[in-house]
Ligand binder design. Structure first.
Ligand code: PEP
Length: 245
């Protein structure tokens, strides 16, 4: 049975009241049959948990540090986010890899720490524009997946293919590119849900949701408002022929 997931990555947006308003709207608006996960900034996880606890909406953290505890000022552990009610954590988002220079080794350590603390992990992979132009996209994605998941029980893993050049640009990868890469990833991780991320919006969610090996989306900008995020979920459900849409 395929698992379908639509996830919202709020990144570093909102102050408390704004985050709570969006969370309340989502709790009211979203009646999905697919799994829906919201990744708020870490400081808002607890109050959003309070809003979501009577709903089917799930919570995740955008990042963790791989150490269990100790003198790591400013960092947040897997056990901490688990204790706040998170079921998931994103690891290896391209903004972590490229802005904060996170290496494949660190990504792997974070995946391990998450699984050891009974969290499910959304492992983000994807090539830069330069790597695609140099015909290295498949090599890069394979290296990132193999390294992140070395020795990891895949039961708790979700992979998100997010080409760096499509994130936050307003222009998603095209159907052919996504199809090829998701088929390729499917051969590496057979039973793992594979999400697509990169400028997903309500206008392209149906077309992209129709791609066979797209098991859901990781949505950035269009997840900052409940109505656009709900529309994406509805379009995805329609494409997959699930839910009430
Ligand atoms: C993301 O950050 O994971 C993302 C896909 O962002 P956007 O939807 O804004 O491209």
């Amino acid at each position: 049975m395929r698992r379908f997931i639509v996830a919202a990555n709020w990144k570093m947006h909102f102050v408390l009241e704004e985050a709570l308003n969006v969370a309340r709207d989502m709790a009211k608006d979203i009646k999905a049959s697919v799994e829906v996960i919201v990744f708020p900034p870490a400081v808002f996880i607890h109050p959003v948990f309070e809003i979501f606890k009577q709903t089917h909406l799930k919570l995740g953290a955008q990042n963790i540090y791989f150490e269990q505890k100790g003198a790591f000022t400013g960092e947040i552990s897997a056990a901490m986010v688990k204790s706040l009610g998170c079921e998931y954590v994103i690891v290896g988002h391209s903004e972590r890899r490229h802005i904060f220079s996170e290496s494949d080794i660190e990504v792997h350590k974070k995946v391990k720490a998450a699984i050891e603390n009974d969290l499910k992990v959304v492992v983000c992979v994807g090539e830069t524009l330069k790597e695609r132009e140099q015909n290295k996209a498949f090599d890069v994605v394979e290296r990132q997946i193999v390294s992140a998941l070395d020795g990891i029980d895949l039961e708790k893993v979700v992979v998100a293919y997010e080409p760096v050049w499509a994130i936050g640009t307003g222009v998603a990868a095209d159907v052919k590119t996504i199809t090829q890469m998701h088929n390729f990833i499917r051969e590496l991780v057979e039973n793992v849900p594979i999400l697509y991320g990169g400028s997903v919006k309500d206008s392209n969610a149906f077309e992209l949701g129709n791609i066979d090996n797209v098991d859901g989306f990781l949505v950035g900008s269009a997840s900052l408002k409940s109505d656009s995020f709900s529309n994406i979920i509805a379009a995805f459900e329609k494409a997959k022929g699930v839910g009430s849409a």
